[in-house]
Design a protein around this ligand. Structure first.
Ligand SMILES: [Zn+2]
Length: 244
């Protein structure tokens, strides 16, 4: 974790609250409690971002509706920057594909400090993204993780072709194939539009993986502090459809 993130966590929450997060995350709480020292708890920089899991999802979907209709809000970045200089409390985390046509902050009409976004081609969960999301949940108290796939995903398409033709992609790209392969294999015998089915299955699998990720995310889900949901972004009109 970079120093800026560490400092954000210090100002965002005091030690007593973090150490009470949930049992399995107590180590994380203690870690940040030690870092925080005797600093006082401050009001979240964005009080409107303190939401329940369902309210978080509803806010995302309302933002997407504005984006689709072309009536996105005008965001005051200057004042948002100032408010967020000493802390952050995003209201949702997004695990998105790295595709340049997908921009979660635009797609959900969100401002600075609203979304904690992790991106990797193929939007699957690896160790680093799970760790990042654990931080979002255990330290920043994010109530929702939304997995955001999209139609015509090149990473999923490349994984399908690599597995079908038994070819190896150059460089480090085989790691993407490894991450997406379980979804491709699950739908490979179903016929029809394999790409669309694999994209959807990859989202479903990733939601399941995150929901059951021990010891932090699964505990938060079981205690009702966290919801993990899946969705697919439609390139043509920007609409986000829920799949789980
Ligand atoms: Zn993609």
């Amino acid at each position: 974790m970079c120093e800026m993130c560490r400092q954000n966590s210090i100002h965002r929450f005091g030690p007593s609250r973090r150490s009470m997060l949930f049992g399995a995350a107590s180590t994380v709480g203690l870690l940040f409690a030690n870092v925080a020292g005797a600093k006082e708890m401050k009001t979240p920089p964005k009080p409107q971002n303190v939401l329940s899991p369902d309210a978080s999802l509803e806010r995302l979907m309302k933002g997407n509706a504005r984006y689709v209709e072309g009536v996105s809000l005008r965001h005051d970045f200057k004042h948002e920057r100032e408010a967020l200089a000493s802390g952050q409390n995003p209201y949702a985390a997004i695990l998105s594909c790295a595709d340049s046509r997908i921009a979660p902050e635009y797609a959900f009409d969100s401002g600075r400090g609203d979304l904690f976004v992790c991106r990797v081609a193929g939007n699957f969960a690896n160790t680093e993204s799970i760790a990042s999301l654990e931080y979002a949940v255990a330290v920043l108290n994010v109530p929702l993780i939304l997995v955001l796939g999209h139609d015509s995903c090149g990473a999923v398409d490349a994984a399908i072709k690599s597995l079908k033709d038994d070819t190896t992609l150059p460089g480090h790209m085989p790691s993407l194939v490894t991450g997406i392969a379980p979804a491709v294999k699950a739908v490979s015998q179903q016929g029809g539009d394999t790409l669309s089915k694999a994209i959807r299955q990859n989202v479903v699998d990733t939601v399941a993986k995150l929901s059951s990720a021990t010891p932090i995310l699964n505990a938060a889900v079981e205690q009702g502090k966290l919801k993990v949901a899946g969705s697919i972004y439609r390139l043509g009109d920007g609409r986000v459809d829920m799949v789980s």
